[in-house]
Design a protein around this ligand. Structure first.
Ligand code: PLP
Length: 283
């Protein structure tokens, strides 16, 4: 049983060490981490682990929470406080605590630095070395299961932040073939040149939005042509109207895509009618 953990700049008894409910690591996986091996009381490969931490943080738009020297002191301290001879030190750095919003906090918040230590049994490790281990092969689905409403939202966070930086409300995610999959936190729709309501099929690796399904149900039998299929960015830019759906915004008109005006460049009549219809049914 570990004895102490490092949270928010303090060493705390392991059982009472907690992170805030709105920590972005918890809410969005807006965080990175490192693991240091400890062998006979010595921390291995400190410098390359800190270098990788710095790189990971830079890739998500963050700096190091403190100097390498200060982090090194804390890694050593957690080893001492847990009387660790052989084991691991886990170090997580999150973007910090802020009111929930995919985009980065508008005003700087302090990053959360979390450190825990756990011991390993060298005798058990020796047994594995002597016997060898088995592996199985599985498909590499990392960052790929968009149908699961997972809190692993780092990619969505980075996309939403790109939208904010560009002065946009939402980022539409585009696959390798130029088709829009969905928004970073919304489903994407167009009213095509021919007047059909088009939204990607939920069989095609997107989040099955509850609002999307609710809207489809609300308008069933009302004479709309609905096409659950992929649409490209090129098709979207030529569409009569575009909109997004989500629990957070219901049916929201999109008036530009990459600065290209959609239709008249104003919320379209079909979109506004769909919003009314959805709210009448669901609200
Ligand atoms: N797509 C993504 C990636 C989302 O995160 C969300 C909502 O958070 C949606 C679509 C819309 O889903 P819902 O209508 O259930 O809110």
């Amino acid at each position: 049983m570990p004895r102490e953990a490092f949270v928010d700049g303090r060493y705390l008894p392991f059982d009472s060490a907690k992170v805030h409910v709105e920590d972005r690591g918890l809410q969005f996986s807006d965080s990175v981490y490192e693991v240091f091996a400890v062998r006979e009381g010595r921390i291995l490969e400190m410098a390359p682990h800190l270098a990788r931490l710095k790189r990971s943080l830079a890739e998500i738009g963050q700096g190091m929470p403190m100097s390498d020297a200060a982090l090194g002191v804390h890694v050593r301290e957690i080893v001492l406080r847990n009387r660790l001879a052989d084991g691991l030190v886990y170090l997580q750095v999150t973007r910090g605590v802020s009111k929930r919003d995919h985009a980065f906090p508008a005003t700087a918040v302090r990053q959360s630095v979390i450190m825990t230590a756990r011991s390993a049994d060298p005798a058990k490790a020796a047994k594995s070395v002597a016997a060898g281990v088995a592996v199985i092969c599985v498909p590499d689905i990392r960052w790929g299961r968009c149908d699961i409403k997972s809190t692993a939202l780092l990619a969505n966070v980075l996309a939403k932040q790109q939208a904010r930086t560009a002065g946009a409300y939402e980022a539409w995610l585009v696959d390798e073939s130029g088709f829009v999959t969905e928004g970073s936190s919304t489903n994407a729709w167009i009213v095509s040149e021919a007047g059909a309501l088009v939204t990607r099929s939920i069989r095609d690796n997107i989040l099955p939005g509850v609002t999307r399904a609710g809207l489809l149900a609300a308008i069933a039998g009302e004479g709309y042509t609905v096409e659950e299929r992929s649409f490209s960015v090129v098709e979207a830019k030529k569409a009569r109207e575009a909109f997004i759906t989500a629990a957070s915004s219901f049916v929201l008109p999109v008036v530009t895509v990459d600065s290209t005006k959609i239709g008249t460049g104003r919320p379209g009549p079909v979109t506004l009618a769909l919003r009314e219809r959805y709210l009448a049914e669901a609200g």
